[in-house]
Design a binder for this molecule. Structure first.
Ligand SMILES: [Zn+2]
Length: 612
Protein backbone atom coordinates (compact mmCIF):
# COMPACT_ATOMS: atom_id res chain seq x y z
CA UNK A 1 0.00 0.00 0.00
CA UNK A 2 2.72 2.44 1.00
CA UNK A 3 4.79 1.50 -2.04
CA UNK A 4 1.76 2.08 -4.25
CA UNK A 5 1.26 5.56 -2.75
CA UNK A 6 4.92 6.35 -3.29
CA UNK A 7 4.65 5.16 -6.90
CA UNK A 8 1.55 7.28 -7.49
CA UNK A 9 3.26 10.30 -5.92
CA UNK A 10 6.39 9.83 -8.00
CA UNK A 11 4.34 9.50 -11.19
CA UNK A 12 2.36 12.60 -10.33
CA UNK A 13 5.56 14.50 -9.56
CA UNK A 14 7.23 13.46 -12.80
CA UNK A 15 4.10 14.51 -14.75
CA UNK A 16 4.18 17.96 -13.18
CA UNK A 17 7.92 18.18 -13.73
CA UNK A 18 7.75 17.14 -17.37
CA UNK A 19 4.89 19.57 -17.99
CA UNK A 20 6.88 22.44 -16.54
CA UNK A 21 9.90 21.60 -18.67
CA UNK A 22 7.78 20.95 -21.77
CA UNK A 23 8.01 24.47 -23.23
CA UNK A 24 10.01 24.59 -26.45
CA UNK A 25 10.10 26.73 -29.53
CA UNK A 26 11.06 25.88 -33.08
CA UNK A 27 13.61 27.96 -34.92
CA UNK A 28 14.09 28.85 -38.58
CA UNK A 29 17.15 30.32 -40.25
CA UNK A 30 16.38 31.85 -43.67
CA UNK A 31 18.86 32.80 -46.38
CA UNK A 32 17.15 34.33 -49.38
CA UNK A 33 18.24 35.73 -52.74
CA UNK A 34 15.57 37.82 -54.38
CA UNK A 35 15.62 39.42 -57.80
CA UNK A 36 12.88 41.94 -58.43
CA UNK A 37 11.48 42.85 -61.83
CA UNK A 38 10.11 46.23 -60.76
CA UNK A 39 8.53 47.07 -64.10
CA UNK A 40 6.38 43.93 -64.07
CA UNK A 41 5.87 43.71 -60.26
CA UNK A 42 7.29 40.19 -60.07
CA UNK A 43 10.28 38.65 -58.36
CA UNK A 44 12.30 35.42 -58.45
CA UNK A 45 13.24 33.84 -55.12
CA UNK A 46 15.74 31.31 -53.80
CA UNK A 47 15.57 30.18 -50.20
CA UNK A 48 17.76 28.04 -47.95
CA UNK A 49 16.02 27.33 -44.69
CA UNK A 50 17.71 25.59 -41.76
CA UNK A 51 14.91 24.41 -39.55
CA UNK A 52 15.42 23.28 -35.94
CA UNK A 53 12.92 20.90 -34.44
CA UNK A 54 13.20 21.59 -30.72
CA UNK A 55 9.99 19.74 -29.96
CA UNK A 56 9.86 16.24 -28.47
CA UNK A 57 7.97 15.10 -31.58
CA UNK A 58 9.19 13.48 -34.78
CA UNK A 59 7.91 15.54 -37.74
CA UNK A 60 6.82 13.76 -40.93
CA UNK A 61 5.16 16.74 -42.61
CA UNK A 62 5.86 20.46 -42.63
CA UNK A 63 3.67 23.35 -43.74
CA UNK A 64 4.50 26.64 -45.42
CA UNK A 65 2.35 29.74 -45.76
CA UNK A 66 1.95 31.18 -49.25
CA UNK A 67 0.00 34.23 -48.10
CA UNK A 68 -0.16 36.03 -51.44
CA UNK A 69 -2.21 33.24 -52.99
CA UNK A 70 -5.13 34.83 -51.11
CA UNK A 71 -5.19 37.84 -53.40
CA UNK A 72 -7.11 36.41 -56.33
CA UNK A 73 -10.76 35.86 -57.25
CA UNK A 74 -12.17 32.68 -55.75
CA UNK A 75 -9.61 32.44 -52.92
CA UNK A 76 -10.83 31.62 -49.41
CA UNK A 77 -10.33 35.29 -48.50
CA UNK A 78 -12.59 36.23 -51.42
CA UNK A 79 -15.17 33.58 -50.46
CA UNK A 80 -15.25 34.72 -46.87
CA UNK A 81 -15.69 38.41 -47.63
CA UNK A 82 -18.25 37.66 -50.38
CA UNK A 83 -20.31 35.67 -47.91
CA UNK A 84 -19.93 38.22 -45.12
CA UNK A 85 -20.90 41.17 -47.30
CA UNK A 86 -21.12 44.35 -45.29
CA UNK A 87 -20.33 42.45 -42.08
CA UNK A 88 -16.85 41.68 -43.44
CA UNK A 89 -13.59 43.62 -43.04
CA UNK A 90 -14.22 47.06 -44.57
CA UNK A 91 -10.87 47.03 -46.32
CA UNK A 92 -11.74 43.88 -48.26
CA UNK A 93 -15.13 44.97 -49.57
CA UNK A 94 -16.85 47.93 -51.09
CA UNK A 95 -20.59 48.20 -50.34
CA UNK A 96 -20.56 44.54 -49.37
CA UNK A 97 -18.94 43.38 -52.66
CA UNK A 98 -15.57 41.65 -52.32
CA UNK A 99 -12.72 43.68 -53.80
CA UNK A 100 -10.83 40.45 -54.43
CA UNK A 101 -13.45 39.23 -56.91
CA UNK A 102 -12.45 41.84 -59.46
CA UNK A 103 -8.64 41.74 -59.28
CA UNK A 104 -7.39 41.65 -62.89
CA UNK A 105 -5.34 38.56 -63.80
CA UNK A 106 -2.11 40.57 -64.15
CA UNK A 107 -2.49 41.96 -60.61
CA UNK A 108 -3.39 38.73 -58.81
CA UNK A 109 -1.07 37.69 -56.03
CA UNK A 110 0.82 34.44 -56.55
CA UNK A 111 3.67 32.49 -55.05
CA UNK A 112 4.54 29.76 -57.54
CA UNK A 113 6.79 27.05 -56.12
CA UNK A 114 9.22 25.59 -58.68
CA UNK A 115 10.66 22.94 -56.38
CA UNK A 116 11.49 22.23 -52.75
CA UNK A 117 14.21 19.90 -51.48
CA UNK A 118 15.14 18.55 -48.07
CA UNK A 119 18.85 17.95 -47.57
CA UNK A 120 19.23 17.99 -51.38
CA UNK A 121 16.38 15.55 -52.15
CA UNK A 122 13.23 16.60 -54.01
CA UNK A 123 10.06 16.65 -51.93
CA UNK A 124 6.41 16.15 -52.82
CA UNK A 125 4.14 19.00 -51.93
CA UNK A 126 0.52 19.95 -52.20
CA UNK A 127 -0.73 23.55 -52.49
CA UNK A 128 -4.00 24.20 -50.67
CA UNK A 129 -4.71 27.88 -51.33
CA UNK A 130 -2.40 29.76 -48.97
CA UNK A 131 -0.97 26.61 -47.37
CA UNK A 132 1.69 24.31 -48.84
CA UNK A 133 1.80 20.87 -47.25
CA UNK A 134 5.14 19.15 -47.71
CA UNK A 135 5.70 15.42 -47.15
CA UNK A 136 9.23 14.87 -45.88
CA UNK A 137 11.57 12.25 -47.31
CA UNK A 138 13.28 11.95 -43.93
CA UNK A 139 11.47 12.66 -40.69
CA UNK A 140 12.88 15.44 -38.51
CA UNK A 141 13.79 13.83 -35.21
CA UNK A 142 13.34 15.65 -31.88
CA UNK A 143 16.16 18.10 -31.23
CA UNK A 144 17.57 17.91 -34.74
CA UNK A 145 17.91 20.14 -37.78
CA UNK A 146 17.10 19.84 -41.43
CA UNK A 147 17.73 22.03 -44.47
CA UNK A 148 15.13 22.97 -47.04
CA UNK A 149 16.01 24.63 -50.31
CA UNK A 150 13.44 26.07 -52.63
CA UNK A 151 12.95 28.20 -55.72
CA UNK A 152 9.84 30.12 -56.57
CA UNK A 153 8.55 33.19 -58.32
CA UNK A 154 5.92 35.63 -57.19
CA UNK A 155 3.50 38.15 -58.61
CA UNK A 156 3.12 41.20 -56.38
CA UNK A 157 -0.65 41.63 -55.92
CA UNK A 158 -2.77 44.72 -56.26
CA UNK A 159 -2.67 46.15 -52.75
CA UNK A 160 -5.93 45.21 -51.07
CA UNK A 161 -4.79 44.14 -47.64
CA UNK A 162 -1.39 44.82 -46.06
CA UNK A 163 0.88 43.73 -48.97
CA UNK A 164 1.11 44.62 -52.63
CA UNK A 165 1.85 47.14 -55.33
CA UNK A 166 0.95 50.83 -55.62
CA UNK A 167 -0.74 51.53 -52.31
CA UNK A 168 -3.14 54.44 -52.25
CA UNK A 169 -0.44 56.90 -51.22
CA UNK A 170 1.73 55.83 -54.15
CA UNK A 171 4.21 53.48 -52.49
CA UNK A 172 5.41 51.11 -55.21
CA UNK A 173 5.89 47.86 -53.28
CA UNK A 174 4.80 46.82 -49.77
CA UNK A 175 6.45 43.46 -49.24
CA UNK A 176 5.00 41.72 -46.19
CA UNK A 177 4.37 38.00 -45.64
CA UNK A 178 5.93 37.84 -49.10
CA UNK A 179 8.03 34.64 -49.13
CA UNK A 180 7.20 30.96 -48.51
CA UNK A 181 7.20 30.97 -44.74
CA UNK A 182 7.35 27.88 -42.59
CA UNK A 183 4.37 27.50 -40.26
CA UNK A 184 4.73 27.39 -36.49
CA UNK A 185 4.72 24.05 -34.73
CA UNK A 186 4.12 24.17 -30.99
CA UNK A 187 2.37 22.32 -28.19
CA UNK A 188 -0.94 22.89 -30.03
CA UNK A 189 0.39 21.31 -33.23
CA UNK A 190 0.92 22.95 -36.64
CA UNK A 191 -0.56 26.44 -36.87
CA UNK A 192 -1.90 26.02 -40.40
CA UNK A 193 -4.22 28.99 -40.56
CA UNK A 194 -5.40 29.73 -44.10
CA UNK A 195 -5.01 33.41 -44.95
CA UNK A 196 -8.58 34.65 -44.58
CA UNK A 197 -7.77 38.06 -43.20
CA UNK A 198 -6.68 38.16 -39.61
CA UNK A 199 -3.24 37.94 -38.13
CA UNK A 200 -0.27 35.63 -38.17
CA UNK A 201 1.78 33.17 -36.16
CA UNK A 202 5.32 32.04 -36.89
CA UNK A 203 8.49 30.64 -35.32
CA UNK A 204 11.24 33.05 -34.30
CA UNK A 205 13.70 33.21 -37.20
CA UNK A 206 16.97 34.67 -38.41
CA UNK A 207 17.09 36.28 -41.83
CA UNK A 208 19.92 36.97 -44.26
CA UNK A 209 18.37 38.48 -47.36
CA UNK A 210 19.79 39.86 -50.60
CA UNK A 211 17.35 41.87 -52.69
CA UNK A 212 18.33 42.91 -56.19
CA UNK A 213 16.18 45.72 -57.45
CA UNK A 214 16.39 48.43 -60.11
CA UNK A 215 18.83 51.11 -58.97
CA UNK A 216 16.21 53.89 -58.71
CA UNK A 217 14.54 52.23 -55.72
CA UNK A 218 15.08 52.84 -52.03
CA UNK A 219 14.23 50.05 -49.59
CA UNK A 220 13.00 50.35 -46.02
CA UNK A 221 12.97 47.14 -43.98
CA UNK A 222 12.66 45.57 -40.57
CA UNK A 223 16.26 44.47 -40.43
CA UNK A 224 19.80 45.78 -40.33
CA UNK A 225 21.15 46.99 -43.65
CA UNK A 226 24.61 45.48 -44.17
CA UNK A 227 25.78 47.62 -47.07
CA UNK A 228 24.45 51.18 -46.60
CA UNK A 229 27.40 52.66 -48.49
CA UNK A 230 26.55 50.65 -51.62
CA UNK A 231 22.88 51.55 -51.94
CA UNK A 232 20.70 54.61 -52.25
CA UNK A 233 19.23 56.74 -49.50
CA UNK A 234 21.12 55.80 -46.32
CA UNK A 235 24.52 57.48 -46.64
CA UNK A 236 25.40 60.80 -48.25
CA UNK A 237 28.45 59.59 -50.17
CA UNK A 238 27.41 56.06 -51.01
CA UNK A 239 29.16 54.41 -53.98
CA UNK A 240 26.46 53.07 -56.16
CA UNK A 241 27.63 50.48 -58.66
CA UNK A 242 24.67 48.93 -60.39
CA UNK A 243 25.12 45.56 -62.11
CA UNK A 244 24.71 45.02 -65.86
CA UNK A 245 20.92 44.93 -65.41
CA UNK A 246 21.04 48.34 -63.66
CA UNK A 247 20.21 46.71 -60.35
CA UNK A 248 21.60 47.20 -56.87
CA UNK A 249 22.02 44.43 -54.30
CA UNK A 250 20.53 45.32 -50.91
CA UNK A 251 21.74 43.09 -48.06
CA UNK A 252 19.70 42.89 -44.82
CA UNK A 253 19.98 40.70 -41.76
CA UNK A 254 17.62 40.36 -38.82
CA UNK A 255 17.79 38.04 -35.85
CA UNK A 256 15.05 36.40 -33.83
CA UNK A 257 12.03 38.02 -35.44
CA UNK A 258 8.76 36.59 -36.79
CA UNK A 259 8.61 38.13 -40.25
CA UNK A 260 11.08 39.97 -42.43
CA UNK A 261 9.14 42.75 -44.16
CA UNK A 262 10.29 45.49 -46.54
CA UNK A 263 8.98 48.11 -48.91
CA UNK A 264 10.47 49.76 -51.98
CA UNK A 265 9.74 53.08 -53.56
CA UNK A 266 11.56 55.48 -55.87
CA UNK A 267 10.57 58.53 -53.82
CA UNK A 268 11.44 57.45 -50.31
CA UNK A 269 13.46 59.63 -47.95
CA UNK A 270 15.32 57.92 -45.10
CA UNK A 271 15.73 59.69 -41.76
CA UNK A 272 17.10 58.25 -38.55
CA UNK A 273 17.53 59.14 -34.90
CA UNK A 274 18.19 57.37 -31.60
CA UNK A 275 15.34 56.70 -29.17
CA UNK A 276 15.93 57.25 -25.43
CA UNK A 277 16.72 53.85 -23.88
CA UNK A 278 15.78 52.41 -27.24
CA UNK A 279 16.85 51.51 -30.75
CA UNK A 280 17.89 53.48 -33.82
CA UNK A 281 14.67 54.66 -35.43
CA UNK A 282 14.29 54.89 -39.20
CA UNK A 283 11.57 56.92 -40.87
CA UNK A 284 11.10 55.76 -44.44
CA UNK A 285 8.54 57.88 -46.28
CA UNK A 286 7.75 60.20 -49.14
CA UNK A 287 8.49 63.65 -47.82
CA UNK A 288 5.77 66.10 -48.83
CA UNK A 289 3.24 68.51 -47.38
CA UNK A 290 0.91 65.54 -46.82
CA UNK A 291 3.48 63.85 -44.60
CA UNK A 292 4.62 66.98 -42.74
CA UNK A 293 3.57 65.57 -39.33
CA UNK A 294 6.26 62.87 -39.44
CA UNK A 295 8.85 65.47 -38.45
CA UNK A 296 6.78 66.53 -35.41
CA UNK A 297 6.43 62.95 -34.14
CA UNK A 298 10.18 62.55 -33.61
CA UNK A 299 10.53 63.90 -30.03
CA UNK A 300 7.56 61.75 -28.95
CA UNK A 301 8.84 58.57 -30.59
CA UNK A 302 12.24 59.27 -29.01
CA UNK A 303 10.51 59.11 -25.57
CA UNK A 304 8.13 56.27 -26.42
CA UNK A 305 10.73 53.49 -25.90
CA UNK A 306 11.65 54.86 -22.47
CA UNK A 307 8.01 54.99 -21.34
CA UNK A 308 7.51 51.41 -22.51
CA UNK A 309 10.70 50.27 -20.77
CA UNK A 310 9.55 51.85 -17.50
CA UNK A 311 6.00 50.51 -17.67
CA UNK A 312 6.46 47.13 -19.30
CA UNK A 313 9.87 46.07 -20.59
CA UNK A 314 12.81 46.95 -22.77
CA UNK A 315 12.68 46.83 -26.58
CA UNK A 316 14.91 43.95 -27.71
CA UNK A 317 16.28 44.82 -31.15
CA UNK A 318 18.90 47.23 -32.54
CA UNK A 319 16.57 49.20 -34.81
CA UNK A 320 12.96 49.90 -35.72
CA UNK A 321 11.60 51.33 -38.96
CA UNK A 322 8.39 53.27 -39.47
CA UNK A 323 7.72 52.73 -43.16
CA UNK A 324 5.08 54.43 -45.27
CA UNK A 325 3.27 51.56 -47.01
CA UNK A 326 0.43 49.09 -46.71
CA UNK A 327 -3.23 49.93 -46.22
CA UNK A 328 -3.51 51.36 -42.71
CA UNK A 329 -1.13 50.10 -40.07
CA UNK A 330 0.35 46.66 -39.58
CA UNK A 331 3.14 45.39 -37.40
CA UNK A 332 6.10 43.23 -38.43
CA UNK A 333 9.46 42.33 -36.95
CA UNK A 334 11.46 45.52 -36.29
CA UNK A 335 9.17 47.59 -38.51
CA UNK A 336 5.66 48.69 -39.33
CA UNK A 337 3.92 49.65 -42.56
CA UNK A 338 1.65 52.63 -42.01
CA UNK A 339 -0.23 55.09 -44.16
CA UNK A 340 1.72 58.31 -43.89
CA UNK A 341 -0.68 61.06 -44.91
CA UNK A 342 -2.19 62.33 -41.69
CA UNK A 343 -4.69 65.03 -40.73
CA UNK A 344 -2.88 65.93 -37.53
CA UNK A 345 0.03 65.07 -35.27
CA UNK A 346 -2.05 63.15 -32.73
CA UNK A 347 -3.57 60.87 -35.39
CA UNK A 348 -0.21 59.94 -36.90
CA UNK A 349 1.46 59.56 -33.52
CA UNK A 350 -1.38 57.36 -32.23
CA UNK A 351 -0.91 55.08 -35.22
CA UNK A 352 2.87 54.98 -34.73
CA UNK A 353 2.52 54.27 -31.01
CA UNK A 354 0.00 51.50 -31.68
CA UNK A 355 1.98 49.76 -34.42
CA UNK A 356 5.30 50.43 -32.69
CA UNK A 357 3.73 49.06 -29.49
CA UNK A 358 3.15 45.75 -31.21
CA UNK A 359 6.90 45.19 -30.86
CA UNK A 360 6.08 44.22 -27.28
CA UNK A 361 2.72 42.58 -27.80
CA UNK A 362 2.99 40.42 -30.91
CA UNK A 363 6.71 40.40 -31.68
CA UNK A 364 8.71 40.14 -28.42
CA UNK A 365 5.82 38.43 -26.64
CA UNK A 366 4.85 36.39 -29.68
CA UNK A 367 1.27 35.36 -28.97
CA UNK A 368 -0.59 33.16 -31.39
CA UNK A 369 -2.56 36.07 -32.85
CA UNK A 370 -4.97 33.86 -34.80
CA UNK A 371 -6.06 32.12 -31.61
CA UNK A 372 -5.72 34.99 -29.14
CA UNK A 373 -6.09 38.26 -31.04
CA UNK A 374 -7.33 39.85 -27.79
CA UNK A 375 -3.83 39.51 -26.30
CA UNK A 376 -2.07 40.93 -29.34
CA UNK A 377 -4.45 43.79 -30.20
CA UNK A 378 -5.91 44.32 -26.73
CA UNK A 379 -2.63 44.60 -24.83
CA UNK A 380 -1.20 46.82 -27.58
CA UNK A 381 -4.24 49.12 -27.24
CA UNK A 382 -3.74 49.20 -23.46
CA UNK A 383 -0.16 50.49 -23.76
CA UNK A 384 -1.12 52.78 -26.65
CA UNK A 385 -3.67 54.52 -24.41
CA UNK A 386 -1.21 54.65 -21.53
CA UNK A 387 1.51 56.25 -23.69
CA UNK A 388 -0.83 58.65 -25.52
CA UNK A 389 -2.22 59.79 -22.18
CA UNK A 390 1.33 60.62 -21.09
CA UNK A 391 1.84 62.68 -24.26
CA UNK A 392 -1.58 64.34 -24.38
CA UNK A 393 -3.32 64.11 -20.99
CA UNK A 394 -7.06 64.74 -21.20
CA UNK A 395 -8.28 66.35 -17.97
CA UNK A 396 -11.84 65.25 -18.84
CA UNK A 397 -10.91 61.57 -18.57
CA UNK A 398 -10.82 59.75 -15.24
CA UNK A 399 -8.10 57.42 -16.57
CA UNK A 400 -6.23 56.75 -19.85
CA UNK A 401 -8.75 54.06 -20.83
CA UNK A 402 -11.96 56.09 -20.39
CA UNK A 403 -12.57 56.45 -24.14
CA UNK A 404 -12.55 52.72 -24.82
CA UNK A 405 -14.49 51.90 -21.64
CA UNK A 406 -17.30 54.16 -22.89
CA UNK A 407 -17.07 52.68 -26.40
CA UNK A 408 -17.39 49.18 -24.91
CA UNK A 409 -20.39 50.17 -22.78
CA UNK A 410 -22.20 51.50 -25.85
CA UNK A 411 -21.26 48.47 -27.95
CA UNK A 412 -22.69 45.98 -25.45
CA UNK A 413 -26.11 47.41 -26.34
CA UNK A 414 -25.67 46.72 -30.09
CA UNK A 415 -26.68 43.07 -29.81
CA UNK A 416 -23.82 41.90 -32.08
CA UNK A 417 -21.12 41.39 -29.48
CA UNK A 418 -19.12 38.13 -29.74
CA UNK A 419 -16.79 36.52 -27.18
CA UNK A 420 -13.11 37.46 -27.32
CA UNK A 421 -12.20 33.76 -27.19
CA UNK A 422 -13.24 33.22 -30.80
CA UNK A 423 -10.57 32.61 -33.44
CA UNK A 424 -9.65 35.86 -35.24
CA UNK A 425 -10.98 34.77 -38.63
CA UNK A 426 -14.18 33.23 -37.33
CA UNK A 427 -16.05 36.28 -36.06
CA UNK A 428 -19.38 36.77 -37.83
CA UNK A 429 -18.98 40.52 -37.85
CA UNK A 430 -15.86 42.64 -38.34
CA UNK A 431 -16.99 45.22 -35.76
CA UNK A 432 -17.57 42.42 -33.25
CA UNK A 433 -14.01 41.22 -33.92
CA UNK A 434 -12.68 44.74 -33.31
CA UNK A 435 -14.47 45.06 -29.98
CA UNK A 436 -13.63 41.50 -28.91
CA UNK A 437 -9.93 41.89 -29.70
CA UNK A 438 -8.93 45.53 -29.30
CA UNK A 439 -11.37 46.76 -26.71
CA UNK A 440 -12.15 43.71 -24.58
CA UNK A 441 -8.49 42.70 -24.66
CA UNK A 442 -7.51 46.17 -23.42
CA UNK A 443 -10.22 46.21 -20.76
CA UNK A 444 -9.12 42.75 -19.60
CA UNK A 445 -5.99 44.45 -18.22
CA UNK A 446 -7.92 47.49 -16.98
CA UNK A 447 -10.37 45.29 -15.03
CA UNK A 448 -7.51 43.24 -13.61
CA UNK A 449 -5.75 46.37 -12.40
CA UNK A 450 -9.02 47.34 -10.67
CA UNK A 451 -9.29 43.88 -9.10
CA UNK A 452 -5.63 43.45 -8.09
CA UNK A 453 -4.59 47.08 -7.63
CA UNK A 454 -2.48 49.27 -9.91
CA UNK A 455 0.94 48.46 -8.40
CA UNK A 456 0.50 44.68 -8.38
CA UNK A 457 -0.72 44.78 -11.95
CA UNK A 458 2.23 46.80 -13.22
CA UNK A 459 4.72 44.60 -11.36
CA UNK A 460 3.09 41.45 -12.74
CA UNK A 461 3.03 42.70 -16.33
CA UNK A 462 6.75 43.48 -16.07
CA UNK A 463 7.40 40.02 -14.70
CA UNK A 464 5.30 38.53 -17.51
CA UNK A 465 7.43 40.42 -20.04
CA UNK A 466 10.75 39.41 -18.46
CA UNK A 467 9.71 35.76 -18.14
CA UNK A 468 8.28 35.39 -21.63
CA UNK A 469 10.20 37.84 -23.86
CA UNK A 470 11.19 36.31 -27.20
CA UNK A 471 8.90 33.37 -26.51
CA UNK A 472 5.31 32.40 -27.28
CA UNK A 473 3.27 32.92 -24.11
CA UNK A 474 -0.41 32.08 -23.82
CA UNK A 475 -2.97 33.67 -21.53
CA UNK A 476 -2.42 30.76 -19.16
CA UNK A 477 1.16 31.93 -18.64
CA UNK A 478 -0.04 35.44 -17.86
CA UNK A 479 -2.74 34.23 -15.47
CA UNK A 480 -0.17 32.11 -13.64
CA UNK A 481 1.96 35.18 -12.87
CA UNK A 482 -1.04 37.40 -11.98
CA UNK A 483 -2.42 34.82 -9.54
CA UNK A 484 0.96 34.02 -8.02
CA UNK A 485 1.70 37.70 -7.32
CA UNK A 486 -1.73 38.86 -6.19
CA UNK A 487 -2.51 35.72 -4.21
CA UNK A 488 -5.97 35.95 -5.78
CA UNK A 489 -7.91 33.32 -7.64
CA UNK A 490 -8.65 35.03 -10.97
CA UNK A 491 -9.72 32.05 -13.09
CA UNK A 492 -13.36 33.13 -12.92
CA UNK A 493 -12.56 36.56 -14.35
CA UNK A 494 -10.57 35.16 -17.27
CA UNK A 495 -13.49 32.89 -18.04
CA UNK A 496 -16.26 35.50 -17.82
CA UNK A 497 -14.38 38.21 -19.68
CA UNK A 498 -12.86 36.22 -22.53
CA UNK A 499 -15.21 33.29 -23.08
CA UNK A 500 -18.54 35.09 -22.68
CA UNK A 501 -20.24 38.40 -23.48
CA UNK A 502 -21.71 38.68 -19.97
CA UNK A 503 -21.51 42.17 -18.51
CA UNK A 504 -20.83 44.01 -15.25
CA UNK A 505 -23.67 46.03 -13.74
CA UNK A 506 -23.63 47.12 -10.11
CA UNK A 507 -25.85 49.68 -8.43
CA UNK A 508 -26.30 51.62 -5.21
CA UNK A 509 -29.72 50.31 -4.24
CA UNK A 510 -30.56 52.00 -0.92
CA UNK A 511 -28.95 54.56 1.36
CA UNK A 512 -30.81 54.55 4.71
CA UNK A 513 -30.44 56.34 7.98
CA UNK A 514 -29.58 53.99 10.81
CA UNK A 515 -29.22 56.10 13.96
CA UNK A 516 -25.70 57.57 13.95
CA UNK A 517 -24.82 55.29 11.04
CA UNK A 518 -25.82 54.90 7.41
CA UNK A 519 -26.85 51.60 5.85
CA UNK A 520 -25.78 51.27 2.21
CA UNK A 521 -27.15 48.46 0.07
CA UNK A 522 -25.43 47.60 -3.19
CA UNK A 523 -26.93 45.25 -5.75
CA UNK A 524 -25.42 43.14 -8.51
CA UNK A 525 -27.80 43.52 -11.46
CA UNK A 526 -25.30 42.18 -13.99
CA UNK A 527 -23.90 38.78 -14.91
CA UNK A 528 -20.19 39.25 -14.15
CA UNK A 529 -19.32 39.39 -10.43
CA UNK A 530 -16.66 41.89 -9.41
CA UNK A 531 -15.18 43.29 -6.22
CA UNK A 532 -16.58 46.76 -5.46
CA UNK A 533 -14.65 49.92 -4.61
CA UNK A 534 -16.63 52.90 -3.46
CA UNK A 535 -16.04 56.38 -2.11
CA UNK A 536 -18.12 58.20 0.48
CA UNK A 537 -17.84 61.99 0.49
CA UNK A 538 -19.03 63.65 3.65
CA UNK A 539 -18.49 67.00 5.34
CA UNK A 540 -15.26 65.56 6.78
CA UNK A 541 -13.78 64.50 3.40
CA UNK A 542 -13.52 61.38 1.22
CA UNK A 543 -13.35 57.84 2.56
CA UNK A 544 -12.60 54.91 0.22
CA UNK A 545 -13.81 51.35 0.76
CA UNK A 546 -13.12 48.01 -0.89
CA UNK A 547 -15.59 45.11 -0.88
CA UNK A 548 -13.56 42.04 -1.86
CA UNK A 549 -15.24 39.34 -3.93
CA UNK A 550 -15.42 35.88 -2.41
CA UNK A 551 -14.08 34.34 -5.64
CA UNK A 552 -10.63 35.92 -5.17
CA UNK A 553 -10.31 34.75 -1.53
CA UNK A 554 -7.99 37.71 -0.99
CA UNK A 555 -8.28 41.46 -0.37
CA UNK A 556 -6.37 43.78 -2.59
CA UNK A 557 -3.38 45.20 -0.74
CA UNK A 558 -2.96 48.61 -2.34
CA UNK A 559 -4.25 50.54 -5.31
CA UNK A 560 -2.95 54.00 -6.20
CA UNK A 561 -6.02 54.60 -8.39
CA UNK A 562 -8.26 54.11 -5.36
CA UNK A 563 -6.01 55.76 -2.78
CA UNK A 564 -6.06 54.84 0.91
CA UNK A 565 -8.97 52.50 1.60
CA UNK A 566 -10.71 50.34 4.20
CA UNK A 567 -11.45 46.72 3.31
CA UNK A 568 -14.91 45.39 4.22
CA UNK A 569 -16.15 41.80 4.53
CA UNK A 570 -16.33 39.60 1.42
CA UNK A 571 -19.29 39.74 -0.94
CA UNK A 572 -20.15 36.17 -1.95
CA UNK A 573 -20.79 36.07 -5.69
CA UNK A 574 -23.88 33.93 -5.20
CA UNK A 575 -25.57 36.79 -3.28
CA UNK A 576 -27.19 39.57 -5.34
CA UNK A 577 -27.23 42.22 -2.59
CA UNK A 578 -24.72 43.46 -0.03
CA UNK A 579 -25.47 45.76 2.88
CA UNK A 580 -22.93 47.56 5.00
CA UNK A 581 -23.47 49.97 7.87
CA UNK A 582 -20.92 52.79 8.06
CA UNK A 583 -20.49 55.00 11.16
CA UNK A 584 -21.35 58.21 9.28
CA UNK A 585 -24.61 60.11 9.74
CA UNK A 586 -26.70 60.11 6.57
CA UNK A 587 -27.22 63.84 6.81
CA UNK A 588 -23.44 64.34 6.53
CA UNK A 589 -23.07 62.30 3.33
CA UNK A 590 -22.69 64.41 0.18
CA UNK A 591 -22.25 61.57 -2.28
CA UNK A 592 -21.46 57.87 -2.62
CA UNK A 593 -19.81 56.64 -5.79
CA UNK A 594 -18.92 53.14 -6.99
CA UNK A 595 -15.43 53.15 -8.53
CA UNK A 596 -14.47 56.81 -8.60
CA UNK A 597 -11.41 55.78 -10.68
CA UNK A 598 -13.69 55.02 -13.66
CA UNK A 599 -11.98 51.70 -14.41
CA UNK A 600 -14.90 49.34 -13.74
CA UNK A 601 -16.55 48.54 -17.10
CA UNK A 602 -20.05 48.80 -15.62
CA UNK A 603 -22.49 48.85 -18.55
CA UNK A 604 -25.02 50.94 -16.66
CA UNK A 605 -23.00 53.52 -14.71
CA UNK A 606 -25.88 55.93 -13.98
CA UNK A 607 -26.95 54.00 -10.85
CA UNK A 608 -23.41 53.93 -9.45
CA UNK A 609 -23.81 57.33 -7.88
CA UNK A 610 -25.84 58.52 -4.89
CA UNK A 611 -26.09 62.26 -4.35
CA UNK A 612 -27.67 64.03 -1.45
ZN1 LIG B 1 -2.82 46.39 -33.71
Amino acid sequence: MKRLILFVLLTAFSCIYSQQSAYYQQFANYKMDIEVDAKNFTYQGKQTLDYSNNSPDELRTVYFHLYWNAFKPGSMMDQRVSNQGKNGDYRLQRDGISRLASIPKSEEGAQNIHWIKQNGKNLKYEIQGTIMKVELSETIKPNSKTTFTMEWDANIPMLIRRAGRNNREGIDMTMTQWYPKIAEYDYDGWATFDYIGREFHAPFSNYDVHIKIDKDYIIGAGGVLQNPSQVKGYEKNSKINADTNSKLDWHFTANNILDFAWAADRDYTIESFKAEQGPIIYYVYQKSDKTKFWEQTKPYIAKFYKIMAENFGKYQYPSYSFIQGGDGGMEYGMCTMILGEAKNLEGLLGLMVHEGGHSWNQQILAYNESVRPWMDEGFTSYYEDLVMDTFFPNPGNKNPFSGNINAYINFTKSGIEEPAAWLGDHHDNATAYTYASYIKGELFLVQLSYIMGEEEMKRSMKEFFETWKLKHPSDRDLMHILQKNSGMDLTWFRNYWINTTKTIDYAIQFVEEDGFSTKITFSNKGTVPMPIDFTVRSNSGNQNFHIPLSLTHTWKKSDSSLGKFTSLPYWTWTQKEYTISLPIKKAEIILIEIDASGRLADVNPTDNLYKK
